[in-house]
Design a protein around this ligand. Structure first.
Ligand code: SF4
Length: 379
């Protein structure tokens, strides 16, 4: 079933590694919320009705919004779109921005899943990343989340950080797992150009772990997460049984989603055509377009050719450890995955990167490590 993503582009401060569409200046908050409501109305008029079963408020840091804003956004959304009563409704939050009254507000607005940005349990590393919080503040946020009734909490951590050792990463996992969140995302730091961290690293002021050390963190981290009861269900995502992110699984199944807000992306079937578009990444353009009653596109919506839709379904599906269901592929495209990609499958199977079993094509553990190369074969 389709999901809805809502982008909230405000943060307390800009992290040193971040190139997302997010701003530490909150002067445009009210104008942005008004524009978001207008965009909802414009999409409601323009798009065929669907039933959505996940909503994800991401950013940015949605928890920096002033009191009442999350309720206002979700009320506007449910007035305009049909959302199932048992929808998974996630809100991204950062330690240092949460208090009990905010969490109570989120609960009564319908939020039933929190995604907390921890990144590391080591304050020295958090400081190097320019994070606004300490580990102690994460612990306080986690405690408040539980006390206010959140029984589905995810935490994000990162490895490959400047000055990080494999022991630091394992210590973060050990501490986090002992708290028992339902879900953990463990991402590798991506050094993005035009960020302060990029300048630090290229200028020699900070250095990142080399490829071997980062790979060790990744490998040992997976083993420890699995030993602590978190099943790896996607390259970077781990969950207690039954606590996988429904919203993200929909992306990896190449399902339909509607993105609302600055720089948000959408993919929906319109008529017979798989159609994708994205919104502008410029805040002033977003507010102005919505204010003039226009959808805030970055470019014209694109109808995606069938071959590309098939490739993307495989590319995204192979991120999941369960792989791509041949039956689901055939139900969607009328052909078996093996008929569409016979040579690539044969080459990957020979390398030991892909296996077919129980009606699924899945990457092996080695194939998951070399996922980008494996997908090049598919292309
Ligand atoms: S909290 Fe997230 S979105 Fe905001 S600046 Fe940091 S990394 Fe970027």
């Amino acid at each position: 079933m389709p999901g809805i993503y809502i982008h909230i582009p405000f943060c307390m401060a800009k992290c040193r590694y971040c190139d997302f569409a997010s701003f530490a200046d909150h002067a445009d908050t009210e104008a942005y919320l008004a524009a978001l409501e207008t965009e909802m109305a414009l999409c409601r008029e323009a798009l065929p009705q669907r039933l959505y079963d996940t909503v994800f408020l991401g950013g940015g840091t949605p928890s920096v919004l002033p009191e009442g804003a999350v309720s206002r956004v979700l009320e506007a959304l449910t007035r305009k779109f049909r959302v199932t009563p048992d929808a998974e409704i996630t809100l991204e939050a950062n330690p240092g921005t949460l208090a009990a009254d905010k969490l109570f507000e989120y609960r009564s607005a319908g939020v039933n899943r929190l995604s907390l940005g921890l990144q590391s349990a080591n304050d020295r590393l958090l400081k190097k990343l320019g994070r606004i919080h300490t580990y102690a503040q994460f612990l306080e946020s986690f405690r408040l989340a539980r006390e206010t009734g959140f029984d589905n909490v995810s935490a994000d951590i990162m490895y490959g950080l400047p000055g990080q050792t494999p022991e630091d990463h394992l210590d973060t996992i050990e501490k986090l797992a002992s708290l028992g969140p339902e879900h953990i995302s463990a991402y590798s730091l991506i050094l993005e150009e035009n960020t302060p961290l990029y300048t630090d690293v290229t200028g020699g002021a900070q250095s990142l772990p080399d490829e071997d050390a980062a790979y060790e963190m990744h490998r040992q981290g997976i083993a420890l997460l699995e030993a602590r009861g978190y099943r790896r269900y996607e390259i970077s995502n781990f969950a207690r049984p039954g606590c996988e992110s429904r919203h993200n699984l929909n992306y990896w199944n190449n399902g339909e989603y509607l993105g609302l807000g600055l720089n948000a992306h959408s993919a929906l079937r319109i008529g017979e055509k798989w159609t994708r578009w994205s919104n502008t990444a410029r805040l002033s353009d977003y507010i102005q377009a919505c204010g003039s009653g226009e959808r805030p596109f970055a470019g014209e919506p694109q109808a995606i050719p069938l071959a590309e839709e098939m490739f993307e379904t495989v590319m995204l599906g192979l991120r999941k450890t369960e792989g791509v269901s041949d039956a689901a592929f055939r139900a969607r495209f009328g052909r078996r995955m093996g008929e569409v990609f016979p040579k690539a499958i044969e080459r990957l199977e020979k390398k030991g990167w892909l296996a077919e079993a129980d009606g699924f094509f899945r990457l092996t553990a080695e194939g998951l490590d070399f996922q980008n190369l494996a997908l090049l074969e598919m292309m």
